[in-house]
Design a protein around this ligand. Structure first.
Ligand SMILES: [Ca+2]
Ligand SMILES: [Ca+2]
Ligand SMILES: [Ca+2]
Ligand SMILES: [Ca+2]
Length: 326
């Protein structure tokens, strides 16, 4: 009897230690679709649009032949297989791709922001659907958009990656900050030229309640540099950077709160997923690198099954969706 009890204790300790040491290396593909929804899927976004503290899953992409640009809100519960819960109208525009982010820009609350070359749209979640609550013209010629509260005033700023200069070798990009005011959208500030920006993310890495800004830049598709920036009094300053630590261009970047702590997650066109922590003023790369035989275009993470740990969603070129779980 005592012997059996001892075995139970040993077993319990074993299970406990396995759970304790489950790390990024334990992520495994649990769902995959190589022909997901559209001819080109550009972006995946996890955002809590209905305020229930669980993120919703969204993707944006294009059908070239049908001349269609769509955003989809997906539902994926117990079996991790995403199904379409809502589809945007066709937002097609000549020569335009489509970008999505989410933010709390004014008292409308958290909204989905969808941008094309000349327009952007705000959608609010009402029940199971998204409803258009704003529609604007713009001339931003964006290369990417993200949103978060980077100055601590309680409202999210919109950050747009724009081309500042074109040399024979590369684009020189900068980040422009926009605020939604009573008089509409106003440009608040811009960074200096930061290089050929391929990935951008925002999130509070040091836990002070204000989001830091991350840009990844480099030549063509070669390995590049990740810059961690802080925004204060209308100016950007560099907090930390890491060079050549990611294999290939990191087009996908997100700041996420894993059980291990807050991490910058990157996804590169050479199929690598990496995680960076911010400690003692430095960005430190986790030794674990996940590898996929796909050019990764974007990544995000959210708790799909409600177990308190994050699933990772990856987009592979041109239309592959992968869900990882551990
Ligand atoms: Ca939610
Ligand atoms: Ca703000
Ligand atoms: Ca911070
Ligand atoms: Ca989970």
């Amino acid at each position: 009897m005592i012997r059996t009890a001892r075995w139970y204790i040993v077993l319990a300790l074993l299970v406990f230690s396995i759970q304790t040491f489950a790390g990024f290396k334990d992520y495994q593909m649990i769902y995959e679709d190589k022909e997901f929804l559209m001819e080109g899927v550009f972006q995946v976004l996890a955002a809590d649009l209905d305020g229930d503290s669980g993120d919703e899953l969204l993707v944006a992409g294009k059908n070239y032949i049908g001349r269609e640009l769509f955003v989809y809100l997906l539902a994926a519960k117990d079996d991790f297989k995403p199904s379409v819960q809502w589809q945007s109208p066709n937002l097609f525009e000549e020569r335009s791709v489509i970008w999505i982010t989410s933010g709390k820009f004014n008292d409308l609350g958290k909204v989905l922001l969808v941008m094309t070359n000349t327009r952007f749209y705000l959608y609010r979640m009402e029940g199971e659907r998204l409803t258009l609550v704003g529609d604007y013209h713009h001339q931003l010629e964006p290369l990417g958009v993200v949103a978060e509260d980077i100055d601590g005033d309680g409202w999210d700023e919109l950050l747009v990656n724009r081309i500042g200069d074109v040399t024979s070798k590369m684009y020189q990009c900068y980040v422009q900050v926009w605020k939604l005011t009573e008089n509409g959208w106003q440009a608040a500030a811009k960074s200096g030229l930061l290089g050929n920006i391929r990935g951008m993310a925002v999130g509070d890495m040091d836990g002070d309640g204000i989001a830091e800004i991350f840009v990844e830049e480099g030549l063509r598709a070669e390995s590049g540099t990740v810059h961690m920036l802080r925004y204060k009094d209308g100016k950007f300053s560099e907090v930390a950077k890491v060079k050549n630590e990611i294999k290939g261009a990191a087009y996908g970047m997100k700041v996420k709160s894993f059980p291990e702590g807050v991490r910058l997650m990157t996804a590169s066109h050479r199929g690598k997923v990496n995680f960076f922590a911010y400690e003692n003023g430095k960005l430190l790369r986790d030794p674990v690198e996940l590898s996929f035989n796909s050019e990764l275009a974007d990544c995000d993470a959210l708790d799909l099954d409600g177990d308190g740990d994050l699933e990772i969603a990856l987009i592979g070129y041109p239309r592959r969706l992968m869900i990882l779980n551990r």
